[in-house]
Design a protein around this ligand. Sequence first.
Ligand SMILES: [Fe+2]
Ligand SMILES: [Fe+2]
Length: 283
Amino acid sequence: MATTPQDLTITPRDRRFGRGTKQDRWWMGGDPVATAFYNALSASFPKGEAFFVEAVRAFRDGTPPKLEAEIRAFTTQEVMHSREHVAFNKRALEAGYDLTELEQRIEWRLSITRSRPPIVNLAATMCLEHFTAILAHQLLKNPKHLDKADAESAALWRWHAIEEIEHKGVAYDTWLHATRGLSRWKRWKIKAKVMLFVTRNFVVDRSKGTLILLRQDGITGLKAWRKMLWFAWINPGMLRKILGAWLAFFLPGFHPWKHDDRGLIKLAESDYAAAVLPQPAAA
Ligand SMILES: [Fe+2]
Ligand SMILES: [Fe+2]
């Protein structure tokens, strides 16, 4: 069975984006639909990622030292993601969007999950972390997704994607450790059930969020549905493009690092370095 690479290092990158800048209302190339899709996702991050950290840390005690260190690095990364998405969401607010309804829905969804046993919270986190890792992979692999975004926002989303890929095995390994006493079949049954459940909620909630934001732009009814579905499933079709990687989760012997995509991190980091570091003067 695949495992997390021994030589993987999880490096929290303390970066800040878009501070002191005014973000366009439609920061995604003037496209309200693309903007609403990503704004809805961002609205879910601060509370969602705080929940992930809490769910994983509940099982930290007794984990092997390597995993324990990875949980620490994962925590630092997620806390910084929350900080940057709080700032991003504030810019969306300043641009005229009201995210209250979206945030209330997350709160409500998380309160239901939190009422379940800690192991269910860990399972939900493990599934959602797979979800974010495959979204992150697609975001970095296919430049089309962010090519119309303003530079600061694109850098924020790429940075987040890099770190999501880097720590994609942490919740999974914590889950494997926490359920080491269960049979493979029992583990599979739980994770398959939870994955179907959280995927349904994720798609429904983010779609609702996107529609709420579109309504604030005066796009409503069938037109809003059509535009949202087209964007999410057809062109650029983020959800369609992650379908194969989502299905892989159900295969026997699955592990997030069965697919080693650290090459994408390296590539995105060299683009970042080229964009922010002073270039040597031409000879
Ligand atoms: Fe994150
Ligand atoms: Fe994450």
